[in-house]
Write a protein of this length. Structure first.
Length: 174
């Protein structure tokens, strides 16, 4: 059995002592690693006003630099909020920085009003969340395993987009 630890990141960004709060986050992650936890998790949100948390991708990179063994993840990550090509590139970079310790739990997010507002703020109609998530996952897997891809989906159209095989093929399993 594996056990993970959720690092609470809500309300970290807009406080006067935000840097000190992040310092505590690094300490908490290091302690979780020392205590033998298998992973640490961050939430994903683009709320920049009340309850603003740090960007999960940026924070995951910092956690990778602050730790050496513990796996680092975002749950639930909301890929439909992001461009899949940019997200695939960021995640592949994170995986390299962390030496293969990145894990994700993806979701369309709850139906709650605050999540719907986040999607609208990012230019994503809430009723498109599931379709965009599905296409995003397919595009990312292909970018991580193929030299060049073309994609003609409902939400995303790609023509000759190539990644430099940043992730090994064995990481892209169904």
């Amino acid at each position: 059995m594996e056990i993970g630890f959720l690092l609470h990141t809500r309300q970290l960004v807009r406080q006067e002592d935000a840097a000190r709060n992040f310092d505590q986050l690094w300490v908490d992650a290091a302690q979780a690693e020392d205590f033998g936890f298998d992973h640490v998790w961050l939430g994903d949100s683009v709320t920049v006003l009340d309850k603003a948390r740090g960007d999960c991708l940026t924070t995951m990179a910092a956690l990778a630099a602050q730790t050496s063994k513990i796996r680092i993840g975002a749950v639930p990550m909301l890929p439909a909020l992001r461009n899949p090509v940019l997200l695939a590139h960021a995640l592949a970079t994170l995986d390299i920085i962390s030496k293969g310790r990145i894990i994700l739990g993806v979701s369309v997010g709850p139906v709650r009003d605050y999540i719907q507002r986040q999607f609208r703020a990012c230019g994503v109609p809430p009723q498109e969340k599931a379709g965009r998530l599905s296409e995003c996952i397919e595009i990312m897997r292909r970018l991580w395993s193929e030299t060049t891809i073309d994609y003609d989906g409902r939400y995303y159209k790609l023509d000759g987009v190539g990644e430099s095989r940043l992730w090994a093929r064995d990481r892209c399993t169904d």
